[in-house]
Ligand binder design. Structure first.
Ligand SMILES: Nc1ncnc2c1ncn2[C@@H]1O[C@H](COP(=O)(O)OP(=O)(O)O)[C@@H](O)[C@H]1O
Ligand SMILES: [Mg+2]
Length: 284
C-alpha cells in the first residue's frame, strides 16, 4: 500500500500498519482456536452418536440372530421333535429373520436418503385399503397391550398417486410407535380425510401415550434420535423410523408433522397430494 503525506504521518501509519497486523494475527489465532474447538465438539458429538448407534445396532442385530441360532440349534440337536414344535420353532426363526431384514432395509434406506439417492415410484392406489392392511398388521401387538385401535373409514377418499410400499412403511412406522409408546389400556385413533378442496389426503395417528416436549420432538426427528421415557426400553429400536417416514413423505411432496404434549399423547400426521408428487419419479 502507498502511504502519502509527511514523514511523521508515515511513521504513524507504519505503526498503525504494524499494530493492525499484530491485531489481525491475534484475531486469526482466536478464530482458528474457536474453529478448532467447534470442530472437536462436532467430531465428539458425531462419534458419540456413532458409537451409541453402533451399540444399539449390535444389540438390535444380535437379538434376532441369537433367536435364529438358538432355535435352529434346538432343531438340529433334538431328535424326534414333535411336528407342532417344528412349526413353532420355524415360525420363530422366520419372524426373527424378517425382523432382521426390516432392520437392514431401514438402515439402507436411511443412508440412501442421506445421499439423496432414494426415489419413489408412484402408482394409483387405494389409501383406505392400505390403512386397513396396516391396522391388521399392528393389531396382535395392540391386543397384547389392550389398546383400543379406532379407525372409521370415510369410504370417500379418491384413489391417489403414491408409492404403495413407501406409504405402507410410513404408516406402519407411525402405528408401531403409537403402540410402543402408549401404556396398556390406551387408545390409538387413525384419521383419514380429504383436505384442500379435494387435492390432498391427510392421515393422522393419534395416541394417548407418553407424548413428547417440543425439544424431544426435535430429537425424535433426527436420525437415530430416541427420547428417554419409561416405555422406551434401553436399546430398543433404531431411532430411524420418524426421520425416514418424514423423508418418504417429502419425496411425495407431502407434509409431515408431530403435535404432542408430554404425558398427554401424540398426533403424528402426514399429507399426500392426490395427484402424486410434482417431480418426475426417479429424479433422484
Ligand atoms: N407416538 C409417540 N409417542 C411418544 N414418543 C414417540 C412416539 N413416536 C416416537 N416417539 C419417540 O421418538 C423416538 C424416535 O422414534 P423412531 O424414529 O420411530 O425410532 P424408534 O421407534 O426406533 O425408537 C422414539 O424412540 C420415541 O422416544
Ligand atoms: Mg419407530
Amino acid at each position: 500500500m502507498r502511504i502519502l503525506g509527511t514523514n511523521s504521518c508515515k511513521s504513524d501509519s507504519s505503526m498503525l500498519a504494524a499494530y493492525s497486523e499484530t491485531l489481525g494475527a491475534a484475531v486469526m489465532r482466536r478464530k482458528t482456536a474457536i474453529a478448532l474447538r467447534a470442530a472437536r465438539v462436532e467430531a465428539e458429538l458425531a462419534s458419540k452418536t456413532k458409537s451409541e448407534f453402533i451399540a444399539n445396532m449390535s444389540h438390535e442385530l444380535r437379538t434376532p440372530l441369537n433367536a435364529i441360532i438358538g432355535f435352529s440349534d434346538m432343531m438340529i440337536s433334538m431328535s424326534d421333535i414333535p411336528p407342532e414344535k417344528v412349526a413353532q420353532y420355524s415360525g420363530h426363526i422366520k419372524e426373527a429373520a424378517e425382523h432382521l431384514l426390516g432392520l437392514i432395509n431401514s438402515i439402507l434406506d436411511a443412508s440412501k436418503v442421506q445421499a439423496g439417492k432414494l426415489a419413489v415410484d408412484p402408482a394409483e392406489m387405494d389409501i383406505e385399503e392400505l390403512i386397513e392392511g396396516c391396522q391388521m398388521i399392528i393389531m396382535p401387538r395392540a391386543r397384547e397391550k389392550r389398546l383400543l385401535v379406532e379407525w372409521k373409514p370415510s369410504g370417500e377418499l379418491p384413489p391417489i398417486m403414491a408409492d404403495h410400499m413407501r406409504i405402507k412403511q410410513v404408516l406402519i412406522n407411525l402405528l408401531s410407535n403409537a403402540v410402543k409408546f402408549t401404556p396398556e389400556g390406551g387408545r390409538i385413533t387413525i384419521h383419514s380425510e380429504l383436505i384442500d378442496d379435494g387435492e390432498t389426503v391427510r392421515i393422522a395417528v393419534e395416541d394417548t401415550g407418553e407424548g413428547m416436549t417440543p425439544a424431544e420432538i426435535d430429537v425424535a426427528m433426527r436420525p437415530f434420535g430416541q427420547v428417554n421415557n419409561r416405555l422406551n426400553k434401553k436399546n430398543e429400536g433404531t431411532g430411524l423410523g420418524l426421520p425416514l417416514s418424514a423423508a418418504l413423505v417429502r419425496l411425495h411432496d407431502g407434509k409431515f408433522g408431530i403435535e404432542s404434549e408430554k404425558g398427554k399423547g401424540a398426533r403424528v400426521f402426514f399429507t399426500l397430494p392426490v395427484k402424486g408428487p410434482r417431480q418426475k419419479p426417479g429424479r433422484n
